[in-house]
Design a protein around this ligand. Structure first.
Ligand code: PEP
Ligand code: MN
Length: 355
C-alpha cells in the first residue's frame, strides 16, 4: 500500500504520519521523495489495513492506494511514479543510469584473458565512447571443462585497466565468498542470468553498497525478475539496474536467445529501475548485435552492454558474439545518430580524453 502526501506537506507531518502508520498497523514505512510528491510505501501485512482510516488520519494525505503487485520497493508506484536514477562513481566521474539520462555504454570482453588484452581493450572501448569496461573474472560456464575465468588475478587486471583508463568496472559475482575481493575492484557488481534467483547471494549483495546489475534469468518471467530485484532493495541496496540478455524460447536455431526488447516499455510501467540491454548474449552472433543495439535505443533503453574482444576468433569465451574494437567503434557512431534522435545522447562521452 502507498500513501501519497500532498505537495508541501511539512516535514514534521511526514514524520508524524509515518510513525502513526508504523505504530497503528505494525508496518515498515519507506519514504520516497519526488520532485512533486512524497510517497510513503507501507510494507508488511497490509491486507487488513483500513484505507479510509488512513486517509482520514491527516489532511495532508492526498491518496491511499493498494499496490496489487507482489513487488513493492521496485514498483513504479513506490517511487512516486517516476524513474529512479542510479549514480555510479567511476574514476572518470559519476555516471548516472536512468530514464532521464543519456544512454550509458558498457563494453569489453566476455572474460579477462590477460593484462595487455584487457588494458588495450579498455583503451579502445573508451576511445570509442564507452563509460564502463565489462570483463569476467569468475565465469559461469555450462561445461566444467570450459575456461572458468582467472578469478582473483583477473580482478587485479581489471583494476589495472581501470587505472589506465578511468573506466568504471562491471564484473560478475558468482560466489558470495568472493564478494569482499570483487567489491574492491568492481564499480558495479553483476549478478548473472544463472544466479538471478540465487536468493542467498541476492541477500548478501543487497546488504552491501556497490550498485548491482541484475541480469534476467534465461527462463525468468518479468515478475520473477522484479521479485529478484526486490530482494536486493529489501536487503537495503536501492542501486539496482536491470539487464535483459535474452530468454529461452522455442526457436534457438539462428540466435542463441530471444532478445526480449518488449521488456523496455513493459518495465517502464512496472518499475522505476534503470534498464540495460545486452544484445551480445541476447543474440549470440556478432552480426546480429548492431541491429539489436540500435533497436534497443529506439525502444528506449537506458544502457547497453556489448562484448568486444581484440581477436574474437581466439577468445576463450563468447568469441562468436564479440565485436572487434573497430566494429564497436562503428556501432557507437551509428548509435550516436539514433541516440540524438531520441534525445538520449551526450557528446561528452566522446570528449573524454583518450589515454
Ligand atoms: C556475461 O555477461 O558474461 C554472462 C555470463 O552473462 P549472462 O549471465 O547474461 O549469461
Ligand atoms: Mn559472455
Amino acid at each position: 500500500m502507498i500513501v501519497v502526501l500532498k505537495s508541501g506537506t511539512p516535514i514534521d507531518e511526514i514524520t508524524r504520519v509515518s510513525e502513526e502508520l508504523r505504530e497503528t498497523w505494525g508496518v515498515t514505512v519507506e519514504k520516497s521523495v519526488g520532485e512533486h510528491k512524497v510517497v510513503l510505501g507501507l510494507i508488511g501485512d497490509t491486507a487488513t489495513l483500513d484505507k479510509m482510516q488512513i486517509q482520514n488520519s491527516s489532511p495532508w494525505i492526498e491518496q491511499v492506494l493498494r499496490v496489487e503487485k507482489p513487488f513493492k520497493r521496485v514498483s513504479r508506484e513506490f517511487h512516486h511514479g517516476e524513474a529512479s536514477e542510479v549514480v555510479v562513481s567511476t574514476p572518470n566521474g559519476p555516471i548516472s543510469f536512468g530514464e532521464h539520462h543519456p544512454i550509458v555504454l558498457t563494453a569489453g570482453p566476455c572474460s579477462v584473458e590477460g593484462e595487455e588484452m584487457i588494458v588495450e581493450t579498455a583503451k579502445r572501448v573508451k576511445a570509442a565512447g564507452a563509460h564502463f569496461l565489462r570483463g569476467g573474472a569468475y565465469k559461469p560456464r555450462s561445461s566444467p571443462y570450459a575456461f572458468q575465468g582467472y578469478g582473483e588475478s583477473a580482478l587485479d587486471l581489471l583494476a589495472a585497466a581501470r587505472e589506465a583508463t578511468g573506466l568504471g568496472i562491471i564484473t560478475e559475482l558468482m560466489d558470495a565468498a568472493d564478494l569482499p575481493v570483487l567489491a574492491r575492484t568492481a564499480d558495479i557488481i553483476q549478478i548473472g542470468a544463472r544466479n538471478m534467483q540465487n536468493f542467498s547471494l541476492l541477500k548478501k549483495v543487497g546488504a552491501q553498497d556497490k550498485p548491482v546489475l541484475l541480469k534476467r534469468g534465461m527462463s525468468a518471467t518479468i515478475d520473477e525478475w522484479l521479485m529478484a530485484a526486490e530482494y536486493l532493495l529489501a536487503a537495503g541496496n536501492p542501486n539496482v539496474i536491470l539487464c535483459e540478455r535474452g530468454i529461452r524460447t522455442f526457436d534457438a536455431k539462428y540466435a542463441r536467445n530471444t532478445l526480449d526488447l518488449s521488456v523496455i516499455p513493459v518495465l517502464r510501467t512496472l518499475t522505476h529501475l534503470p534498464i540495460m540491454i545486452d544484445p551480445s548474449h541476447g543474440t549470440g552472433k556478432s552480426e546480429y548485435v548492431p541491429p539489436m543495439a540500435l533497436a534497443a535505443i529506439a525502444a528506449g533503453t537506458d544502457a547497453l552492454m556489448i562484448e568486444v574482444h581484440p581477436n574474437p576468433a581466439k577468445a576463450l569465451s563468447d568469441g562468436p558474439q564479440s565485436l572487434t574494437p573497430e566494429k564497436f567503434d562503428r556501432l557507437v557512431q551509428e548509435m550516436s545518430v539514433l541516440g540524438k534522435v531520441v534525445g538520449r545522447w551526450s557528446e561528452e562521452r566522446t570528449l573524454v580524453a583518450s589515454v
